[in-house]
Design a protein around this ligand. Structure first.
Ligand code: 0WD
Ligand code: CA
Length: 381
């Protein structure tokens, strides 16, 4: 079952002496058995406050409050006068995760066995969940490429995204309509979330996108031990709710579905992204708000992540979870084969554009370096 991936049209250039220079993203290569993916375990969490300051606790956790079946949420409300927007020109890289690791090192290391003592943390990969989501959806992505920087430090690979030129251009050229629609998702969260377990949502409050609650989970994809963090919208506050991450709920908005074509597109494109994002950390459900073009939420629906693969089965030429997971797994193997030098000053930059192979370049002592001195020094002491 383990056919090594080919390389586009060109002959494979793989040998044990010189690792592959490229990795194919062709879907057919990844139509294999679903790889082993262990149930993700929450090993901690952290919060970012309204000024984007890090706290090693769950102070930004919010509680889900079930909406009326026919709500009338106005997602445009407050955009002009009650919105504090995070500066997305500030690149935080892995900094928040690294701060969490330094503060919780003993918890992680206590589980490091003697056999893996060459690893300071007992994990193979550290990254954001969002980066893994991009990898999962790569075999089906036709529009946006990516750049992922990788550094091997004390036996662990750190993977951090680098903004592409195209993404930078898009960010600089957003229309006013697009800017406003980006707010709608956060406004929806405000309508459904309370700050306290017995509290109610406060739709007249300020929406501040600096605030975040992030879970840190550990899991295993085939032979890759992963530690990653992802932002969580809210949790089920009922006393009978399961432990994290199974109590978490992802909130989403999407355009109202009126035609069979719209339903098909929703299944083929949007559900792929929604599935990948929540499957990774073991978040079991999404509460989706469907909105009209004026930003009025006309209905909500709960979507179980475990049922998404059945929902899409009738779509022609649809995405497959196994392709997503196998590609991600092969990419991580590829990175681990390529990156051999254990050095925080070396970055291998993996690059992908739609309809191309993944390739890489090596950078020493450049601005691509992303492990900060405080982390490198903190790990040494
Ligand atoms: O600097 C960067 N290139 C990135 C930074 C890219 C992705 C994430 N981040 C950081 C931010 O610090 C953010 O707080 O990661 C955190 C979220 O991490 P994640 O969970 O790994 O990211 P992802 O799964 O892509 O997004 C989860 C949520 C989004 O919700 P929706 O429903 O839209 O998928 O995190 C939010 C957003 O609400 N989010 C961000 N918030 C602030 N800055 C960012 C961002 N760059 N990206 C996503
Ligand atoms: Ca969300």
């Amino acid at each position: 079952q383990s056919h090594p991936p080919h390389h586009g049209g060109s002959p494979p250039v793989s040998s044990s002496a010189s690792p592959c220079r490229a990795l194919s993203t062709r879907r057919q290569l990844y139509e294999k058995d679903f790889p082993v993916y262990k149930q993700p375990v929450e090993v901690g969490s952290f919060s970012l406050d309204g000024e984007r300051r890090f706290f090693n606790d769950a102070r930004q956790m919010r509680y889900f409050v079930k909406p009326h079946p026919r709500p009338n949420f106005d997602l445009r409300d407050g955009y002009k006068d009650r919105f504090v927007k995070r500066d997305d020109g500030v690149k935080e890289k892995l900094d928040h995760i690294l701060r969490w690791i330094l503060a919780n090192r003993s918890k992680l290391q206590s589980s490091v066995s003697a056999a893996s003592s060459s690893q300071a943390l007992g994990v193979d990969i550290v990254t954001w969940r969002g980066h893994l989501t991009k990898l999962l959806t790569t075999p089906y992505e036709t529009r946006e490429g990516w750049l992922l920087a990788a550094t091997l430090f004390r036996g662990t690979l750190y993977i951090s995204e680098v903004e592409t030129e195209a993404s930078r251009r898009d960010r600089d050229n957003r229309t006013e309509r697009h800017e406003e629609m980006m707010y709608w998702g956060y406004k929806f969260e405000q309508y459904l979330c309370a700050d306290d377990i017995k509290g109610s949502p406060n739709p007249v409050g300020v929406v501040n996108t600096n605030e975040a609650f992030c879970t840190v989970v550990q899991t295993k994809l085939a032979d890759h031990k992963l530690l990653f963090s992802g932002e969580v919208d809210c949790r089920d506050g009922e006393p009978e709710a399961p432990a994290a991450p199974a109590c978490y709920i992802e909130l989403k908005t999407s355009a109202e579905i009126c035609t069979p074509k719209q339903r098909s597109n929703f299944h083929r494109f949007k559900l792929l992204k929604w599935w990948a994002q929540s499957f990774l950390p073991g978040v079991p459900r999404i509460v989706a708000g469907f909105r009209d073009p004026d930003g009025l939420v006309v209905g909500t629906e709960t979507i179980q992540i475990s049922k998404i693969s059945h929902l899409i089965k009738n779509e022609y030429n649809c995405w497959k979870p196994t392709v997503c997971m196998n590609f991600c797994c092969e990419f991580l193997s590829f990175v681990r084969t390529v990156v051999r030098e254990d050095n925080p000053r070396v970055v291998h930059l993996f690059s992908w554009d739609p309809h191309q192979d993944v390739t890489y370049s090596v950078h020493r002592d450049t601005t691509y370096c992303f492990l900060p001195p405080w982390y490198v020094e903190g790990m040494a002491s």
